[in-house]
Design a protein around this ligand. Structure first.
Ligand code: ADP
Ligand code: AMP
Length: 207
């Protein structure tokens, strides 16, 4: 099954995508993780993307579409995947229609006030993409999966977060109607407990 996780920054897309991918044994394709790795490796794509990301804006469509197109050709995508953070604009969604057939789009719905609280406490592992919240780390500073040091993302600092929410509402939220019109949208309340949300998503995907 080819699945999209849609929702604002901090909605829990990465957290749930990682768990659902492990349960279904399919790859998680996070464009944000791919871009952060490209920046760390100082690749041409990373150098192009950095200024947009630091400002809380979106990386240009042509850059991100090329990255996804190439990634979806890898053999591990043949049995399905979760796209986490792509598409984020209508032109990206239109381009995706020429690249892949999407079966379901899971929208995680969370109010802005809660998103700010979640994002400000987020800590991530750049190596394996695992995501944590500082309130649940009990002082740990390394990744429980792979032992790498955890970091706070540059774009999770307060001054950037409002730009990211703005760009979600103006550029990405229209995708809710886009996929609703195609009969692919499943809306999940993303405000509750992580285990309950995981179970709700899995149930919808297996329906
Ligand atoms: P996204 O990928 O949508 O930007 P993340 O999965 O990185 O969001 O989650 C953002 C932050 O919120 C992380 O710190 C994560 O640990 C935390 N988080 C995710 N889901 C929940 C939840 N259901 N309840 C409380 N905190 C959550
Ligand atoms: P994320 O990890 O999904 O929160 O993404 C972090 C940042 O990467 C975003 O704020 C954007 O700057 C950039 N990014 C990730 N995915 C996309 C995309 N599909 N289109 C444009 N920019 C993206």
């Amino acid at each position: 099954m080819n699945i999209i996780f849609l929702g604002p920054p901090g909605a829990g897309k990465g957290t749930q995508a990682q768990r659902i991918c492990a349960a279904l044994n399919i790859p998680q394709i996070s464009t944000g993780d791919m871009l952060r790795r490209a920046i760390a490796d100082q690749t041409p794509t990373g150098l192009k993307a950095k200024a947009y990301m630091d400002a809380g804006g979106l990386v240009p469509d042509d850059v991100i579409i090329d990255i996804v197109k190439e990634r979806l050709q890898a053999p591990d995508c043949a049995g399905g995947y979760i796209l986490d953070g792509f598409p984020r604009t209508v032109p990206q969604a239109e381009a995706l229609e020429g690249i892949a057939t999407i079966d379901k789009v899971v929208e995680l719905d969370v109010a802005d006030e809660k998103l700010i609280q979640r994002i400000s406490g987020r800590r991530v592992c750049l190596k394996c993409g695992a995501t944590y919240h500082v309130s649940l780390l009990n002082g740990a500073t390394t990744c429980a999966n792979c032992g790498e040091p955890l970091i706070q993302r540059e774009d999770d600092k307060a001054e950037t977060v409002l730009n990211r929410l703005k760009s979600y509402h103006s550029k990405t939220a229209p995708l809710v109607d886009f996929y609703q019109a195609r009969g692919k949208l499943v809306k999940i309340d993303g405000a509750g407990d992580m285990d309950a949300i995981f179970a709700a998503i899995l149930k919808e995907l297996q329906a």
